[in-house]
Structure formats: structure tokens, C-alpha cells
Design a protein around this ligand. Structure first.
Ligand SMILES: [Fe+2]
Length: 230
């Protein structure tokens, strides 16, 4: 299977037994640069007003398709992979990783965003959840979210993905992931409130996804470090 070939739900979850899951786990271990993914806990950031307020039948790690709909979500396809580690760099399996984000036009599927003049995308899944595998790995496929006004003062939130990572025995983490090179990053009050190192760790540089993935799709790595409850 090409590295970034569109993934099935089973492959995305990384929970399946067999060769494919083993390869995924190996790759995740090998790709983690020492010292980047662990040590200091990932900086918490606000959950914002759009944490999913309801369940939907389709919450799998492919946000580009909604069950029962033939077309994919509008926007640039982005694959995100990462690992959840503790402060001693040990992988944390069984972490519930929840993500939610705006669609490519900068609109959330949430009642609090109902006044937003940008359109909803019926083909965009809007949120997802997954469990980390035995190597702490998680992966999902989405579209790059659009920027959107945060208030009436001219503050525009840069493209970002919200994360919540939780597992018994660890302090729950709510944070946000940004995309490197976005001019709006430098003016975002939430991102700018982080210290420089923490800011870098939540800012992901996308690279072209390899052959086999959709033309133009890109891949980013986002690792998370959780604090153990002591
Ligand atoms: Fe947001």
C-alpha cells in the first residue's frame, strides 16, 4: 500500500491486526524525531465555542466523506498523523483523540456558528474521534480548514484544527494545531499567547503526500505529549 494512499477506516484507526497495522506502527515510531514529540507536555489552548454539541452517525477518521453521500468535502485534502506520548516519551495507547474544525470556507457545523454567512458543506464530516494504537499513533484525513472571523474587531483566526486527547490516568488536553506559513498565524491572539517553543510544537509544516494519494494532497505530523496523573 502506498504510504499515503486513501485509507480505509480500519487502516485509519490503526487498530487492525496484521501486516498493515504493523507497518503503520513501525513507520510512526521511525518518523518521530527524538526530542520533538515528548518531554514537555503539549500546551493547552482554548476549546473555543464550537466543540461538537451532538453525536453523528459518522465520526470516523475520514472527514472528507460523509456516510451515504457520493461526493467528497470541498477543499484541499490533508492527512494528519501523530503519536501521543507521555513526558517520558513512552507511547500512550488507548487515548481518545477528538478533532473538530471549520470547513474549507471557515464555517463550523454548530448552532453557535449559525449566523456565519459562509456555507455549510454537507459533504464535510466536521468532527471525528479515534483511539491511539499500541504505539500511541493516530491518523486522520480531512480538508484544510478555512480562516474565519473570531469577533468584530478584525481578528481572523488562522486555519486550525481543534484537538481533545483524554485517557484515564492522564490530564486531559485540549489544544489546537496550526499550519506553518500562514500569515494569519502571527496575528492570532490564541497562538501568540503561547511561548515560542510551544507555538512551534503546535504548528505543522505540510509536505506533499506521496504517490497514490490524491493529487495535491498534503501530509502533516502532529505529536502530542500528555501529563500523567501522579
Ligand atoms: Fe476554531
Amino acid at each position: 500500500m502506498p504510504q499515503d494512499h486513501p485509507m480505509t477506516r480500519r487502516e485509519l484507526l490503526g487498530a487492525g491486526a496484521g501486516a498493515a497495522a504493523g507497518l503503520v506502527a513501525q513507520r510512526l515510531v521511525g518518523e518521530t524525531p527524538a526530542g520533538q514529540a515528548c518531554g514537555e507536555a503539549t500546551a493547552p489552548q482554548t476549546s473555543g465555542p464550537y466543540y461538537p454539541a451532538r453525536d453523528r452517525s459518522d465520526e470516523d477518521p475520514d472527514l472528507t466523506h460523509v456516510d451515504g453521500r457520493p461526493d467528497r468535502a470541498a477543499g484541499e485534502i490533508v492527512y494528519v498523523r501523530g503519536r501521543v506520548l507521555d513526558e517520558a516519551c513512552r507511547p500512550v495507547a488507548g487515548v481518545l483523540v477528538e478533532i473538530w474544525q471549520a470547513n474549507s470556507w471557515g464555517r463550523y457545523d454548530h448552532e453557535r456558528d449559525a449566523d456565519n454567512p459562509r456555507p455549510l458543506d454537507p459533504n464535510f464530516q466536521s468532527w471525528a474521534e479515534m483511539l491511539t494504537d499500541k504505539e500511541g499513533g493516530f491518523r486522520f484525513k480531512t480538508i484544510k480548514p478555512g480562516a474565519y472571523p473570531a469577533d468584530d474587531s478584525g481578528w481572523i483566526r488562522p486555519p486550525h484544527i481543534h484537538f481533545r486527547a483524554s485517557r484515564r490516568g492522564y490530564h486531559e488536553l485540549v489544544t489546537q494545531m496550526y499550519f506553518a506559513g500562514e500569515p494569519l498565524n502571527e496575528h492570532d491572539r490564541i497562538r501568540e499567547a503561547l511561548d515560542p517553543e510551544a507555538r512551534e510544537r503546535v504548528t505543522v509544516a505540510l509536505q506533499p503526500a506521496s504517490a497514490g494519494a490524491e493529487p495535491g494532497s498534503r501530509l502533516g505530523r502532529f505529536d502530542i505529549t500528555l501529563r500523567q496523573v501522579t
